[in-house]
Design a protein around this ligand. Structure first.
Ligand code: G
Ligand code: G
Ligand code: MN
Ligand code: NA
Length: 258
């Protein structure tokens, strides 16, 4: 495949960059954080989705290099925003970065996190690493150990795709999580009547019972936003508020509202 062939040089030449999607607080309506989402701007083929190149990078060892690049750029991005609002009393913004299973379990991970935080001078609590339920289910013992090591650095952990992995309360509470992200599929199910709503309510209540703040993903409409808020979710990430944006667009937005 041509894109498979081009992937190593694309990574090395910095053609893969993250865009940033704001996460909005339900109570205040303000942006409280961002998720970094990798994008490959291919010279001939245009934008290539991470759904295509992340699995390719995972098959080779390129995922660690790519993951480190996205991590560094995400830390630099949020540090830039910190400087833009340094004289304000608002709480610190967070930046979420997706980690693949391979990157998460790599031996170099902890050293890499420490050196990235040092080099960008970012305070660790502003960083949130997103891992998926399937990663936990596949290797539970190793995952807990790795999560605890990450927590010791002061970095936060989010469980992505929450609800899709059949996690029960008793397994979930074994993991040192700071936030869970309600998968987009449940926001869609909210709209298919009472049964759908009962399911979503049960999942949201599971997070509440564990005292875990929740980000609902994929909220696209006014109606979905109202329902999610009524169910007591703390934060929303979705096209209803913002699409993922290049860093420069976020800076312009903050400049305007400063
Ligand atoms: O932004 P989008 O919907 O196109 O992302 C598609 C998928 O790619 C999502 O599941 C997302 O978690 C994943 N993804 C996006 N950026 C990264 C990244 O930097 N690293 C990893 N491992 N996955 C990513
Ligand atoms: O799998 P993960 O949750 O990491 O990735 C989030 C994905 O969801 C990204 O690809 C992002 O572009 C996408 N996304 C974010 N908000 C919305 C939304 O409101 N609608 C849709 N369809 N996709 C969204
Ligand atoms: Mn994610
Ligand atoms: Na998700």
């Amino acid at each position: 495949l041509a894109i498979q062939r081009d992937l190593p040089s694309a990574i090395r030449n910095g053609q893969i960059k993250p865009v940033f999607q704001p996460i909005v607080c339900c109570d205040s309506g303000e942006i409280v954080g961002f998720e970094a989402l990798a994008r490959w701007q291919h010279k001939e083929r245009g934008a290539i989705s991470p759904c295509r190149f992340i699995p390719m990078a995972e098959e080779s060892n390129l995922i660690v290099e790519l993951g480190e690049q996205v991590l560094t750029q995400a830390c630099q991005f949020i540090q830039h925003l910190n400087q833009m609002r340094s004289d304000q009393q608002k709480p610190a913004l967070s930046v979420h970065v997706n980690f693949s299973a391979h990157h998460f379990s790599s031996t170099a991970l902890l050293d890499n996190l420490v050196s990235t935080l040092e080099k960008t001078k970012l305070s660790p609590e502003q960083l949130v690493i997103e891992i998926t339920e399937s990663m936990l289910i596949e290797r539970p013992a190793e995952s807990v150990k790795r999560m605890e090591q990450i927590k010791q650095l002061g970095v936060n952990l989010a469980l992505d795709d929450f609800g899709t992995g059949y996690s029960a309360l008793n397994t979930l509470c074994q993991y040192p999580l700071d936030v869970v992200k309600l998968d987009r599929s449940f926001v869609l199910r909210l709209m298919d009547g009472q049964q759908g709503e009962a399911l979503v309510r049960a999942i949201i209540n599971m997070a509440k019972d564990l005292n875990l703040p929740m980000v609902a993903e994929g909220v696209e409409t006014y109606e979905q936003m109202l329902k999610i808020k009524a169910l007591g979710v703390s934060e929303i990430q979705g096209f209803y508020y913002y699409r993922p944006m290049p860093a420069e667009e976020v800076f312009a937005l903050f400049e305007k509202n400063a």
